[in-house]
Design a protein around this ligand. Structure first.
Ligand code: MN
Length: 291
């Protein structure tokens, strides 16, 4: 099943070939159009069952939103592809003036603010202060998973049973010194979508390939099989630290080829079988006299 959230935060099942979305419901998860009432979505991630409940509509006539609602956490992985670790060590970190922080090159997990999430038809907004300071803002195209059944101390052998589905993520990042959570949590710095594809439909995550282009030039292209820590390994590792809950989002790390984006660029990411995202890059408009 390909599950989208659209219009007034309503769930629908997508048929990408026909270009249609059909509204769905379940008796245990009555839809609430108030995004703050997202507990119906959390139960849907946990239970994974829906019933079709309406007429299909053309996908290009609806507003697709991020295929998650109010995630309790957005977890992200650092240093999970060897060639990306090398480019960070040899190029990106020295250029950003970051020295003596060898721990940045070790695999680990960190948190992004859930308020950084936007949908597949939104914009990447470069913060005014970051532009003024001339810092590089980079694209990182990543496979993301949405947690189904939660848990703590999940063994790696059972971890895939806790994955509800997969979607495409961008982990937009300000380069420079300081904590990752600050440099990666600005509003719009976590585009997700275009919909969530359930794990049963995806099959083997290692067969997925990520491709990102900027203004049509391919910059990142990788097979997910090249991850240093596997998807089940990531779930097991994160759950040693934090209790994973239904609806939590986990980004699996950046492939090599990260680089700067600028106002006017268009960023395109696709993962075979999961769809594609296309977002323009714009500058934050700050009011001169905010009221
Ligand atoms: Mn990342």
């Amino acid at each position: 099943m390909r599950l989208a959230v659209y219009d007034d935060y309503r769930p629908g099942v997508v048929d990408p070939v026909a270009g249609l979305v059909t509204p769905v419901t379940t008796s245990s998860t009555p839809h609430d159009p108030d995004p703050l009432g997202a507990s119906w979505w959390v139960r849907l991630c946990r239970d994974g069952t829906v019933e079709e409940a309406g007429e299909p509509r053309p996908l290009d006539e609806v507003s697709l939103r991020a295929p998650v609602l109010g995630p309790g956490k957005v977890v992200a992985c650092a240093s999970n592809y060897a060639a990306h670790v090398a480019e960070m060590r040899d190029d990106v970190l020295p250029r950003a003036g970051v020295t003596g922080d060898a721990w940045l090159l070790d695999f680990d997990v960190f948190l992004k603010a859930p308020s950084s999430v936007v949908g597949p038809r939104d914009q990447i907004v470069l913060p005014e202060q970051v532009l003024r300071e001339g810092k590089e803002v980079h694209h990182e195209a990543e496979l993301a998973l949405v947690v189904g059944r939660g848990g703590r101390h999940i063994p790696e052998r059972d971890a895939l049973d806790h994955v509800f589905g997969y979607t495409i993520a961008l982990d937009i990042t300000v380069r420079g010194t300081g904590d990752r959570s600050r440099r990666k949590s600005y509003p719009s710095f976590t585009p997700l979508g275009p919909w969530l594809t359930t794990a049963d439909e995806v099959g083997d995550w290692r067969e997925l390939g990520i491709e990102l282009s900027v203004n049509g030039d391919v910059r990142q292209q990788v097979s997910c099989a090249e991850m240093l820590v596997s998807v089940p390994g990531i779930v097991a590792y994160a759950s040693q630290v934090m209790t994973l809950e239904p609806g939590d989002v986990i980004l699996t790390g950046a492939p090599p080829g990260v680089g700067p984006i600028a106002v006017g660029d268009v960023v395109d990411v696709s993962i075979g079988g999961l769809g594609s995202l296309e977002l323009p890059v714009v500058a934050e408009q700050v009011a001169q006299n905010p009221r």
